[in-house]
Design a protein around this ligand. Structure first.
Ligand SMILES: [Zn+2]
Length: 367
């Protein structure tokens, strides 16, 4: 599918960029005239775009070989997603670029956009599958092998995926049993959202817009509600959500925000009046605020105590009476310091990129 903002952020995230960073890099490439406007919901190229011409332009880029591959096709037929006619086209490269002329991160994002563009013009990838079923008394054992028949678009966006192979066992024959064993295991819990997957989920639920989703996620990080590469809520973040769920459940439901976004869209297409929509959301928020105000003290204590618990990383081993708590230095870096400061100057450094969580089971931990 051609790239809209959500898909772009998901791919960039898989390549290791946070949503906000990916957006900043895309905007920089856009300002330099190398890619089209990166905020769009469109996943279908407009007919007027002139796809062949764009591909020909890429002959001057480091993706010359991939561009030639597309130009060698009898017909260029792009994949299509949903058309949002009023919106910008899907993100595509607007000029050729070379890795040696760009900063490494900019090149990586440019390459991602350009490869994706060429892939959307390429034929499907086809795979051969072989399923083997071996019956042993009442139990059936299965194995699947997969190999590439026609790489198609996968020649342009390769994926590190080793092919599997099985011997040709034919049909209905018997095999020799070499050994039988039982393995014990547990099903893993569902994976955490990456930033990209979270943005895809927001898109699905109708939360935020292509222009705001990356910033909304970044805000969770900036305010200490979440951290880590796989988005992980802090105890403080959990406390805020739990307090809201108890006292103002309406505003925690995705449907409420999605409904508001829909009403804003209705203004844009002239089906609702701004004053009506503002009045609706005002009365909804007023109701929620009244409930929150009434329980202000209890909510504040709940969140304050949770944050205090979370910042506490156990007793100070130097003075024995203080606690080591997570603090921020004046320059913004974080460290563990003793609550008996300035009498006790015990402190520990925290790695810049680390997401520090207090383990529930033990006295303290760094992760
Ligand atoms: Zn101390």
């Amino acid at each position: 599918m051609p790239l809209n903002t959500t898909l772009f952020l998901a791919l960039a995230n898989r390549a290791g960029f946070s949503a906000v960073r990916a957006m900043a890099l895309a905007e920089s490439l856009y300002r330099d005239g190398l890619i089209s406007y990166p905020r769009t919901d469109n996943t279908a190229y407009p007919r007027t775009l002139g796809l062949r011409k764009i591909v020909e332009g890429l002959l001057e880029s480091d993706l010359e070989a991939e561009a030639k591959l597309v130009l060698s096709l009898q017909e260029i037929r792009p994949t299509r997603g949903r058309t949002v006619t009023t919106d910008h086209p899907p993100i595509y490269p607007t000029a050729a670029a070379r890795g040696k002329d760009l900063k490494p991160d900019l090149w990586r994002v440019y390459e991602l956009v350009a490869r994706r563009f060429l892939a959307t013009l390429s034929p499907a990838a086809t795979f051969g599958l072989m399923n083997v079923q071996v019956d042993l008394d009442e139990a059936s054992f299965v194995a699947t092998a997969r190999h590439v028949l026609e790489p198609g678009w996968r020649a342009i966006v390769p994926r590190d995926q080793s092919e599997t192979s099985l011997p040709d066992l034919g049909r209905g024959g018997a095999v020799e049993i070499r050994s039988i064993g039982i393995e014990e295991g547990e099903t893993p819990s569902p994976r955490r959202y990456s930033q990209g997957a979270l943005i895809e989920e927001m898109d699905r639920l109708g939360l935020g817009t292509k222009s705001t989703r990356a910033e909304i996620v970044q805000k969770l990080y900036d305010r200490g509600y979440a951290g880590g590469r796989q988005v992980r809520p802090t105890e403080g973040g959990r406390a805020v959500v739990e307090a809201l769920q108890v006292h103002a459940p309406g505003i925690t439901l995705p449907g409420t925000t999605a409904e508001l976004e829909r009403r804003l869209d209705a203004i844009a297409i002239g089906e609702a009046k701004p004053e009506d929509v503002i009045a609706e959301s005002r009365s909804r928020l007023r109701e929620a605020l009244r409930e929150l105000e009434a329980h202000r003290e209890a909510i504040a204590r709940w969140i304050r105590e949770t944050i205090a618990w979370e910042r506490d990383h156990g007793p100070c081993e130097r003075c024995g009476s203080g606690r080591m708590v997570l603090r921020k230095s004046r320059r913004g870096s974080r460290f563990l310091g003793c609550t008996n400061y300035p009498q006790c100057k015990n402190s520990r450094q925290v790695p810049r990129e680390a997401f520090v969580v207090r383990a529930k089971a033990s006295e303290s931990s760094l992760a």
